[in-house]
Each structure stands twice: as C-alpha cells, then as structure tokens.
Design a protein around this ligand. Sequence first.
Ligand SMILES: [Zn+2]
Length: 173
Amino acid sequence: MTQICHVCNEQLEYDGQISLDRFYLRALGLVERVGGYNRLGADGKQFVDAVTWQYYRQFPQEYGRRYEGIVSIGAVLQDSQIDRMANKHRLLKITESPITEKYLGLLVHRACFDGNGCHNVDLSRIKTAEQALDWLFHLGEKAWFHPLGFIMILEELFPESRGKAQSFYVGGD
Ligand SMILES: [Zn+2]
C-alpha cells in the first residue's frame, strides 16, 4: 500500500484507519482554543489544512470552485495548489455553512488522529475490493454516510479503480 495519510502526508501502512465524523467541529475547536489559525502549532495547522482540503474535495457542490466557460489549465492547477494549502479563511467558510447531516472521511495513521468518537474503519479490515464493497453497503445504510467522500478514499486505497466509481457517482462526463 502506497497511499498517503491525509494529515501528515506520509505513507500509510495497515495500522491506519478511515475515520468518519464532523471534523470541522474539531478543527474549529482547535483554532478557537489556540486563538486563531496563525498561532496554531505545525501539527494543528496540518490537521486544520487536511480537514479543510478534504471538505473542499469531498463536498464539491457545497465548497468547490465551479468553473464556467473556458478555463486555462494554469488556473485549475493554481486553484488546486491553493486548495491544498487550505487555511483559516476556508475553514471559516466551512464553519459558516457547515454540513451537519453528512460525515467527512479522513484517511489517517492512528498516531496522527486518535479517531475517538468517530466511526472508524481499520485498514486491516479493508484490504480487498470485495471488503471495500462490503463496507460501502454496510455504511450506505447510515443516514450520515457520504458516499462520494468514501468512494474518493477507496480510490486512494485501490488506485486501479480511480475515476470509475467517482464518475459514476457524480454522473460522469
Ligand atoms: Zn499520518
């Protein structure tokens, strides 16, 4: 497995997990407790950035930039760079209109995020495509489940499926 932890950007091994929860609450609590994004330590910044970037990625209808007309590839690349460096401004946008009915997914090392109070799926229990499908069906019955975010994470875990499931879910081209 060569997939990357959403928080530390280091390689994941099977000791990681997929955590599902309302992460904007934790990120907001972190920012408030430390008195603002600029005063967060490196670990706090990393977590807040990871959370905001994943919200923008997993909830594109709510937070993503919508392009109209012809857009240069440079503009798209620049946007994706900015999105990767998600900051306090973007977190505030999320907390001003939070998604309360659906959970965000984070792919993380245990050491990077404790997952306490979250719904967690251990990576050791999701090693094959069959197991991934089982989880998709199991979680699909929960009202808080957000299929697009989970499918995006499955595509990170199973790169050979990349683009297929997601384009199916969002309607594709
Ligand atoms: Zn990590």
